[in-house]
Design a protein around this ligand. Structure first.
Ligand code: SF4
Ligand code: SF4
Length: 184
């Protein structure tokens, strides 16, 4: 029997990196009031935290909340209880992806292409990472970007081949260690 069978949703979230203070939230709403994208969320950050505490996992993970965080960390800087709502939101994104929920945006595909480029080359290989992103989301959208890509290429700002950094193997080890620890 798996060890986390008896864990509540709240326990699962509190066990995510830097999310252990979630139970100390006083529902003041400062996070929601600070969040520049909250008006697009079905449930704003304060409500997200309330829903975790109420065990409303499915309702929360299938909503569009959690996917529109732009990592500005205003909520985290202003929270009077040091809750770190941004970490909670990003932890919920990882949890939703692991459990097969489908994101309502292509942002996660962008993240993954970006992270894949860093893992593979130790730096962002713009041409390869954008190509991968467009192929996985909307290949026709890449055509609109063609003039910009040509301009960057002719000005030497976007090489067509990747140049891995020195010590890439060590970086790959660090990234895989972080992934084992639940950081994405
Ligand atoms: S700002 Fe902090 S204490 Fe206030 S609702 Fe948000 S997470 Fe809770
Ligand atoms: S870090 Fe995310 S949740 Fe927090 S205020 Fe910024 S966009 Fe909103």
């Amino acid at each position: 029997m798996s060890e986390n069978v008896h864990m509540t949703f709240m326990d699962e979230v509190a066990a995510l990196p830097a999310c252990d203070k979630i139970n100390e939230c006083i529902q003041c709403g400062v996070c929601s009031g600070s969040c520049s994208t909250a008006e697009r969320w079905e449930y704003p950050p304060r409500k997200v935290i309330a829903m975790v505490r109420a065990g409303m996992k499915d309702e929360l993970l299938k909503s569009n909340s959690i996917w529109f965080c732009v990592s500005c960390y205003l909520c985290t800087a202003r929270c009077p209880r040091d809750i770190k709502p941004a970490n909670i939101v990003h932890g919920l994104e990882s949890m939703a992806l692991k459990e097969g929920y489908k994101p309502p945006t292509t942002t996660t595909t962008m993240y993954r292409s970006f992270a894949g480029s860093i893992t593979e080359y130790g730096r962002v290989y713009e041409f390869g990472f954008m190509l991968k992103y467009f192929l996985k989301t909307n290949p026709f959208a890449a055509l609109k970007m063609l003039p910009l890509a040509i301009s960057l290429f002719t000005h030497g700002r976007m090489p067509l081949t990747a140049k891995p950094v020195k010590g890439r193997e060590q970086l790959t080890k660090i990234i895989s260690k972080m992934s084992e620890g639940g950081v994405r």
